[in-house]
Design a protein around this ligand. Structure first.
Ligand SMILES: [Fe+2]
Length: 231
């Protein structure tokens, strides 16, 4: 699948941005909300537990979150995630026990004008590595493993692809320090745009088209919440 509105999507793109959006108290409210929410999915293979941000558990926090996102993003809509009763989820909490592989969260619908994704760390150790390279197809996990490439995704599962690859060898120092959970040959042609070091109280905003992954630096687990937006 190729996204249909690539020109419009490109016109909305901007450099990654780190902003201070939420107070200590608000971060604590998000951590508490995570504990209160029911589990949505536990992906054994990736070792990540996911919970959707269902509205009305903490109405005060819902309101604060939406208002602050509007402040930095302007007009936007939530993308694709719905609760069981059809309401928009405000985001996806992800608690990971192992570093996440190389991927893009560009969504599953070719007509969508995808916009920004907003990542708020709820734990303070680890990094997100954002590459300059972008992807204008659907959500994809990038791999050079021939078996993995045969995977046929069902509805709302990531494609597998090796079409991200270029010719140039990836930087060995960066690989050693941050990306040793990924085969260096799976990073050929990629250039780092930003290595964001997770810090409580900060929020990272990137384009949905950025190829990214977590770094290999993880201290038992990482907790964050991500909101995927479209126009
Ligand atoms: Fe992601």
């Amino acid at each position: 699948m190729k996204l249909l509105n690539v020109e419009q999507i490109k016109s909305l793109e901007s450099s990654p941005k780190v902003v201070k959006l939420f107070s200590e108290k608000e971060i604590k409210m998000m951590q508490d909300l995570y504990d209160a929410l029911p589990e949505r999915r536990f992906n054994k293979k990736q070792n990540v537990r996911k919970k959707g941000w269902v509205q009305n558990y903490n109405k005060e926090l819902d309101k604060i979150y939406m208002e602050k996102l509007k402040e930095v993003l302007g007009d936007f809509k939530m993308d694709s995630l719905k609760s069981d009763n059809g309401d928009d989820l405000y985001g996806l909490f992800h608690e990971s026990f192992a570093p996440l592989p190389l991927h893009v969260d560009s969504g599953f619908y070719e007509k969508n004008v995808i916009y920004k994704q907003v990542v708020t760390p709820l734990s303070s150790y680890g990094d997100t590595v954002i590459f300059k390279n972008k992807w204008y197809g659907k959500s994809t996990s990038f791999t050079i493993d021939e078996e993995e490439l045969k995977f046929l995704p069902k509805n709302e599962q990531n494609d597998r692809s090796n079409k991200h690859l270029g010719d140039e060898e990836f930087d060995r120092e960066i690989h050693k320090k941050y990306l040793n959970h990924i085969d260096i040959n799976n990073l050929k042609g990629l250039k780092v745009e930003l290595i964001y070091h997770w810090k409580l109280g900060e929020t990272l905003i990137i384009d949905r088209t950025h190829i990214h992954c977590s770094s290999s630096r993880i201290d038992k687990k990482k907790l964050g919440v991500t909101t995927f937006t479209k126009k």
